[in-house]
Design a protein around this ligand. Structure first.
Ligand code: FE2
Length: 317
């Protein structure tokens, strides 16, 4: 069976990258821009330069991504600024990352999306530093390194939002990343939910669409602030007619016997599903649909703190 993963990959030419870097650096150096306070300004600066310099086919690919119902998009060789040491405590000085933020938020704007944060995670800050935080050792949090992530979607303990609603109350529709450094060459793996669904038997599929599951919050959440979603389904068909799922092995439980059986079958099928294994490199931007893609990361040994793996993640709706 071939993979149903719709994954668009583009690479920016070196000349265009350098031009973009020069122009965006000049614009952001005029003031002190911070990702939480000045996100709209940063997005405007980034989007303007990207629209001016990216070739038409890349711009078109980004603009139609959400409407086309693609699973994922990767854009490589974006400008790389001088990066500070990896902020392994989780937070750093955002004004030092103005070029990176302008590109990241500018791309989200060209995608036609809105960046957002949730108050119960990451101190409510817009951009999450995905780093090996020693304080998160042993947890399956995006700040962990030594624990393996099984296939999951992010924040599955929230319901799916109706179009046009406040995204902060719901499962994040899209996850976006800018890779700062990944010298450990840790891959991020993605798999299309459609590839899981075609491998499920009818009984399992029906079982997963019954509201007979309890789905809790991941380790990265402040648990006092977010309860589990009870009597909910793992799999459903969205208003666009496409399957969507919310799932995290560590926090998803079947309440009935039928639900437990369906979950066992689902877990047995996941390792057989084709996936794309991506080693994100400095200057890579990636977006994927968190409702229609499962993702995972294996355990790894981080480099010393200043050079440790560092991705920047932002939710988008
Ligand atoms: Fe995740």
């Amino acid at each position: 069976m071939t993979s149903l993963l719709q994954f668009a990959r583009y690479r920016v030419e070196d000349g265009v990258r350098d031009l973009l870097g020069k122009e965006i650096s000049a614009r952001v150096s005029e003031t002190n821009l911070e990702s939480d306070l000045d996100d709209a300004i940063l997005a405007g600066i980034g989007a303007y330069a990207l629209r001016r310099h990216l070739p038409g086919d890349i711009l078109q690919g980004i603009q139609v991504f959400t409407a086309a119902g693609s699973h994922a998009l990767l854009l490589s060789n974006l400008p790389m600024q001088e990066f500070p040491p990896t902020p392994v405590s989780g937070f750093g000085d955002e004004t030092e990352l103005a070029v990176t933020n302008a590109i990241h938020l500018g791309l989200i704007r060209i995608l036609g999306c809105t960046p957002f944060a949730v108050r119960y995670e990451n101190d409510g800050r817009l951009v999450r530093n995905v780093v090996p935080n020693p304080a998160a050792s042993g947890t399956t949090s995006s700040w962990g390194a030594d624990s393996e992530f099984f296939w999951h979607t992010d924040n599955p303990h929230q319901p799916f939002g109706p179009p046009g609603s406040d995204p902060r109350l719901y499962t994040p529709p899209y996850l976006t990343f800018y890779a700062v450094r990944n010298e450990e060459r840790v891959p991020t793996e993605i798999a299309a939910l459609d590839d899981v669904v075609v491998r499920l038997d009818e009984e399992t599929r029906l079982g997963l669409t019954a509201a007979e599951f309890e789905i809790g919050a991941p380790d990265s959440n402040d648990r006092e602030a977010t309860g589990p979603l009870v009597r909910t389904e793992v799999l459903e068909i969205g208003p666009d007619g496409r399957h969507r799922a919310r799932y995290d092995r560590g926090t998803t439980v079947g309440i009935t016997d039928a639900a437990k059986r369906a979950l066992e079958r689902w877990c047995a099928v996941l390792p057989t599903v084709p996936s794309a294994e991506l080693v994100l490199e400095t200057g890579d931007f990636m977006i994927f649909d968190n409702r229609r893609v499962l993702h995972r990361r294996k355990a790894f040994t981080p480099r010393p703190h200043v050079r440790a793996r560092w991705l920047r993640r932002c939710y988008a709706a």
